[in-house]
Design a protein around this ligand. Structure first.
Ligand code: NDP
Length: 285
């Protein structure tokens, strides 16, 4: 039987609608949630992502502040701009769109974001709090993956979960969040041996490696939940995931599409975090 497609568009719309309702309540109390996004340079993919964030804010009633700085901006200038936004109490969430030009240290920039405004969940403090299970902003992509799995009604507790990829922004935090849901988690990477066999045991398979159609039908367990994080520009000029979608639809029980899957949920989770930041900075739960 063909798998069910997990519709990121529908799910993201639901999440954003929930945020929008909460924002209305906050505004009635005089609080306007605000997200500041800084883009350095003109990377077209970054511009598209920043535009998307601006649109999402608009849909949720969140104030959006976008600062586009020239490519030649120095690290010092960027840190100065960030410091102003950090000190501004009307700005609740602050993020700097990655990647940055080569002459700027991403690490230094991320560390300059105060944890309470770190709506991307990338700062060491947030990552540490997530690791030990303390309240924090969850990184948007892994948090979106968990919401997508939850939407299937399939319990993660006790299941074999396999995460392909160990990056700091997707693979590692996705594994931690699956662990938090009581899954038994295996992380695979470029040095993993017997990767196909490991994937075949996965009740939940999260693919985040950045290689088009890397996950083939013979790597998928019958009835699995397959979450495809990958975004790859194919030779056809279109976006493709890390999973052979057609093959996955034949083997799995649930599959996320690309586009229309995790990417949209990532954006929605940023709105959730911004709302949460506004509440926390106004001492509300
Ligand atoms: P990275 O390049 O930072 O990490 C890729 C990971 O995949 C690494 O851990 C690497 O292993 C592993 N890997 C690469 N090749 C292989 C292989 N042949 N076998 C096993 N493991 C392999 O990528 P990101 O985590 O940043 O992103 C992954 C994908 O997700 C990309 O396509 C990206 O565009 C997409 N993405 C999508 C988002 C969304 O919102 N949907 C958000 C963020 C990313 P090693 O560590 O050993 O090098």
């Amino acid at each position: 039987m063909a798998a069910v497609k997990i519709d990121g568009k529908v799910l993201a719309a639901q999440v954003k609608e929930e945020v929008a309702q909460e924002v209305i309540r906050l505004k009635a109390r005089g609080i306007e949630p605000c997200l500041a996004v800084i883009q350095v340079g003109n990377n077209p993919a970054s511009t598209a992502y920043v535009n998307g964030k601006e649109r999402d804010c608009g849909e949720c009633g969140i104030k959006s502040l976008v600062l586009r700085l020239p490519e030649k901006t120095t690290q010092e200038q960027l840190l100065e701009t960030m410091a102003k936004l950090t000190a501004d109490p009307t700005v609740h969430g602050l993020l700097v769109q990655l990647p940055l030009p080569k002459h700027i240290s991403e690490e230094a920039v991320i560390e300059a974001i105060p944890p309470e405004k770190d709506v991307d969940g990338f700062t060491p403090i947030n990552v540490g709090n997530m690791t030990i299970g303390k309240p924090c902003f969850l990184p948007c992509t892994p948090a979106g993956c968990i919401r997508m799995i939850q939407s299937t009604g399939v319990s993660m507790a006790g299941k074999q979960a396999v995460v392909l990829g160990r990056s700091n922004i997707v693979g590692k935090p996705a594994a931690l969040l699956l662990l938090r849901e009581n899954a038994t988690v295996t992380i695979c990477h470029s040095k993993t041996q017997n990767l196909k066999e490991i994937c075949r045991q996965a009740d939940i398979l999260v693919a985040a490696i950045g290689k088009e159609a890397f996950v083939t039908g013979d790597m998928i367990k019958e009835g699995a939940v397959v979450i495809d994080v990958g975004i790859n520009r194919g030779a056809d000029g279109k976006l493709h995931g890390d999973v052979d979608f057609a093959a996955a639809m034949e083997k799995a029980a649930y599959v996320t599409p690309v586009p229309g899957g995790v990417g949209l949920m990532t954006r929605a989770m940023l709105m959730v975090n911004t709302l949460q930041a506004a509440k926390l900075q106004n001492s509300m739960k």
